[in-house]
Ligand binder design. Structure first.
Ligand SMILES: [Zn+2]
Length: 601
């Protein structure tokens, strides 16, 4: 069905509030930007089209971009980021900050999800309830992945998921939005064209190009020639691989290489992968079938993805092709292929456990070949190095993407990004989705290819970009809150919470507990105080220090106890904590968490 649509046209120059001047943003001259002294920029007068990236511009992950059109708010993606223990001990995920949205949740009309990777869907269960559960618009596979994940949160309200089809516009409020298909490492990935009265805003999502020796395929040319439009005012695009020149190797070539490698291997094959390589996982299962190898899958995320792939009709499995890992030794080595999670060095994933010899069924043999068909996600380098070193102890053969072309990324290199940028032909360009260095590399690449430098917007998380009219964009100095929020067990907190600070201190300097019993009537300390300490000093070797702590504690407590009648235990505890902190810092150079416990007897 085709809809008859009319593009709202701009009849007159939009009038701005008196305190906002028209300023064209110039990348090289940020000082020319005006300050907004009285009215905070965070109040959108409604005359401008506003774009705010809330996450994904200073990291790879927690992607979220919001677009405000005539009083309506649209959100693109709701991802999270995995964290390293040292940044935030005990924290599983980092979420984009949604304070700005929470304050305006009545205006939220739609959440578009570009594809099913966790850095684009992972925050949905945590954030949607805070925003009043607005409708989600996406494509089929992504919808299945979102639903599958939502099943893990049965207490949450049902999501309202609506389907989008590439090439078909949907009208939400008074705005038309069109999805277009993009190539990525997971099927059903899409970009977005949001039509506003001041021009189209184009979001790429994660993407690369399918090509033959640097010439984009006919399909890509078709898609991008339709995205091309002189009304395109702002293009925001994936920067993840902008630091790599030229064109990336295509998934097609990678799969041909993997097939060749698998054909030649005589023993067992273990393919290390991770959940986001959805398309490749499907292809490997098909190749194994073609070559007469049964497939063993190990890892919850792989199993989930296979279920989703079957539900989406992306794979047709012959009964018995996937066998239970318990039966792995019932098959000759050349008839087995194992798909295992853990290629990023995740400690408790299948490969990690097998590499430490604690996997119940997967025991390595010298005739095994392990294929790492994925690049290392920044931050995981040390973990992956440990994993490989552990694996080599078993005398296995390892093939990885550095030694042969068995990996392609889901993100286009600079050559692809420049080609895409030229097709889109937007007035303004904002590199998105990646670390700052990647955004800059992306900007440099398109400038070198002729894009006007002054029309490039290098934003950060929380930056407010206002499209003032059909040829002017303005970047505010003022930002909306963008500090990350953390998922801590089942709760969501911000980074300033005292819990996080305590954990950092505990990790650095440990804990020191002093237990003292005091006679309420005499104010005398009963017996020598007890001391418990973890992660601070080795008690057995610190007897001299402990003796001094006991003497000090007794003296300090009795001193305060005689001064303050009736006994004020809180006061005594605080005084003791303060003085012991100084004493221990002097003696040890450490500042543990000190917990004084005073019992009245
Ligand atoms: Zn992705």
């Amino acid at each position: 069905m085709t809809e008859k649509t009319t593009q709202p046209t701009l009849k007159k120059r939009v009038s701005l509030p008196h305190n906002i001047r028209r300023v064209v943003f110039r990348a090289e001259d940020k000082t020319s930007l005006i300050k907004l002294p009285s009215t905070p920029a965070t109040q959108n007068s409604g005359n401008v089209i506003r774009v705010i990236p809330l996450g994904g511009l200073e990291e790879v992950g927690r992607n979220m971009i919001i677009i405000e059109v005539d009083g309506d708010i649209f959100i693109s993606d709701m991802g999270f980021e995995f964290v390293t223990e040292t940044d935030a001990p005990g924290i599983s995920y980092v979420l984009p900050n949604v304070k700005y949205l929470e304050a305006r949740k009545k205006k939220i009309r739609a959440v578009f999800i570009t594809h099913g990777h966790l850095d684009h869907i992972g925050a949905i269960p945590y954030i949607m309830p805070r925003l009043g559960n607005p409708p989600i618009y996406t494509r089929e596979l992504t919808a299945l992945m979102i639903k599958k994940r939502q099943d893990e949160f049965p207490e949450l309200p049902m999501l309202d998921i609506r389907m989008m089809e590439p090439g078909k516009r949907v009208k939400i409020g008074s705005t038309f939005v069109e999805a277009f298909a993009v190539t990525h490492s997971i099927p059903d990935s899409m970009g977005l064209k949001i039509e506003t009265r001041l021009g189209n805003i184009i979001l790429s999502g994660d993407l690369k190009l399918d090509h033959h020796d640097g010439v984009p395929t006919k399909e890509e040319q078709d898609v991008w020639s339709k995205v091309k439009d002189e009304k395109n005012i702002l293009f925001i695009a994936d920067s993840t691989n902008a630091e790599r020149p030229g064109f990336s190797i295509t998934e097609r070539e990678v799969m041909e290489n993997i097939e060749e490698i698998i054909k030649k291997i005589k023993g067992r094959i273990i393919v290390g992968t991770f959940a986001s390589q959805f398309a490749r996982m499907i292809r490997i299962i098909q190749i194994a079938e073609k070559l007469g190898r049964k497939v063993v899958t190990d890892g919850r995320s792989i199993k989930t993805n296979i279920e989703v792939a079957i539900a989406a009709g992306l794979i047709n499995l012959t009964a018995g092709h996937i066998v239970d890992i318990k039966t792995i030794d019932d098959y000759p080595p050349d008839k087995i292929l194992v798909l295992a999670t853990g290629a990023q060095g995740e400690e408790f994933a299948a490969l990690g456990r097998a590499s430490r010899g604690v996997h119940k069924f997967l025991k390595f043999k010298t005739t095994d070949t392990i294929i790492f068909s994925s690049s290392v996600i920044p931050g995981n380098e040390v973990a992956v190095q440990d994993l490989k070193d552990n694996l080599y102890r078993y005398g296995v053969h390892i093939i990885n993407y550095r030694t042969s072309d068995v990996h392609s990324t889901g993100h286009g290199n600079a050559g692809e990004l420049v080609w895409i940028n030229k097709q889109v032909g937007a007035r303004y360009f904002m590199p998105g989705y990646g670390y700052r260095s990647m955004l800059h590399a992306h900007a440099d690449a398109v400038i070198e290819a002729g894009f006007p430098k002054e029309n490039i917007i290098l934003a950060e998380n929380g930056t407010i970009i206002d499209i003032m009219d059909n040829k002017t964009a303005k970047v505010h100095k003022e930002k909306v809150p963008a500090d990350p929020m953390f998922v801590d067990g089942t709760t969501v907190s911000d980074g300033q919470s005292p819990v996080m600070n305590d954990r950092k201190v505990l990790a650095q300097d440990g804990i020191f507990v002093v237990i003292t019993a005091i006679n309420a009537s005499t104010g005398k300390v009963h017996r020598s105080p007890d001391i418990i300490s973890r992660g601070f000093i080795y008690l057995k070797e610190s007897q001299e220090l402990l003796k001094h702590v006991r003497i000090q504690t007794r003296r300090l407590v009795e001193e305060q106890a005689t001064k303050h009648r009736p006994l004020n235990l809180d006061y005594i505890k605080n005084d003791l904590r303060e003085k012991l902190t100084k004493f221990l810092l002097q003696k040890t150079g450490k500042r543990p968490i000190i917990l004084p416990v005073i019992l009245e007897i």
